[in-house]
Every structure is written in C-alpha cells, then in structure tokens.
Design a protein around this ligand. Structure first.
Ligand SMILES: [Zn+2]
Ligand SMILES: [Zn+2]
Length: 187
C-alpha cells in the first residue's frame, strides 16, 4: 500500500483500520501520528478536553499508560513528582495514597477532592479549626481526621478538618499543653 502523504510503499499493517468504515486508512501510521500531533497543537483546548474524556472513560488504560511512561522516563517522572509535590492537588493525591496504605484491609471511604478540601478551608475562613490561627505560607493547613483513621474514619469532606501543624500534633494533648501551644502563636 502507498501512503498518500509520504508516498512510501509500506506493508498493510502500517495502515490503521478505520473504525467507521472497517477499511484501512490512506495515511500510514507515521503520517497519521504526525497529523495528530499538528492537530493537537492547533487545538490545544479541544485536545485537552478529549484527553480528559478519554481518561475518564478509560481509567485502567490511563493508569497503565501512566505507569509505562513513568518507567520509561524515570528522570522526567522524578521532575514531575517534585513539581507536583508542591501543588495542592499533588498533596491531595499523596494524602489519598497515604490514607489508602494505612487502611489497606479496611473498606474505608477515600474520596476527598481538591474542590472539597478548598471548600473546607473556605468554611473555616482559612483558619485552624482548633486554635483559629490564620493559614499562611508559613502555617500550612493539614488535613485532620475528625474520627481517626484507627477508628475507620473516612477520608471524606465530612470527616476532614483543617488544622495547623501544631494543633494536629497536639490534638490529643492536655488542655494545658494546648493552651501553651496557642500562646506561642499570639506572641
Ligand atoms: Zn506516510
Ligand atoms: Zn491550630
């Protein structure tokens, strides 16, 4: 078969079977790929939309692609991980993974989304639920389980509250310790 684009004479397997017609396409795989790349370049938003839809419809394939990519590009994967670790959605993904790991044999809900986490922060006026300190770059909010993990508390909007690091550590502390902890912020 001869490709209409690059005019190369290639074996049949180099031409994809078109789903709509059931016959092989007129462009070879290489030319088709090139065409696809250009198209994506010219329509970045549509392209993002389509890939998002595809990922939603094919979660297992997505996970597999992703795994393959990570294995083949260890350096890029590491770069991506470092970059992503600093974003809110990256932190949330890792929090979900951590939660899952710690509850591996239990059927515990694990659904908190970034949107929901932002809602929690908004509902708390961006302040710690215990001591009321305002969250800033220096005082980052932490996701605390109201019903603890050890009692099968789920990782959901209902069971997560935002605490400052100190309150999260001292949550089970005595009132005396907690008072000390608060004073530290006001001076
Ligand atoms: Zn070609
Ligand atoms: Zn606090």
């Amino acid at each position: 078969m001869v490709c209409i684009k690059c005019k190369r004479n290639l074996p049949e397997e180099m031409f994809r079977i078109r789903k709509d017609r059931g016959t092989r396409g007129t462009k070879c795989i290489d030319c088709q790929r090139e065409y696809g790349k250009n198209w994506n370049h010219q329509h970045p938003e549509l392209c993002a939309q389509y890939s998002k839809k595809w990922r939603e419809n094919n979660p297992e394939k997505k996970a597999e692609c992703w795994k393959n990519w990570a294995e083949n590009n260890p350096r890029k994967h590491k770069e991506w991980k470092n970059r992503n670790a600093k974003t809110e959605s990256g932190k949330l993904i890792r929090a979900r993974i951590r939660h899952k790991r710690r509850t591996i044999f239990k059927e515990v809900e694990n659904t908190l989304t970034l949107q929901e986490w932002l809602e929690i922060l908004q509902e708390q006026n961006n302040k710690c639920a215990i001591c009321g300190v305002e969250f800033t770059d220096k005082i980052q909010p932490q996701k605390d389980h109201k019903i603890p993990l050890t009692e099968n508390g789920p990782f959901t909007k209902k069971n997560i509250q935002a605490l400052c690091k100190k309150c999260n550590i001292f949550k089970d502390a005595t009132p005396e310790q907690r008072r000390k902890n608060k004073i530290k912020y006001s001076d």
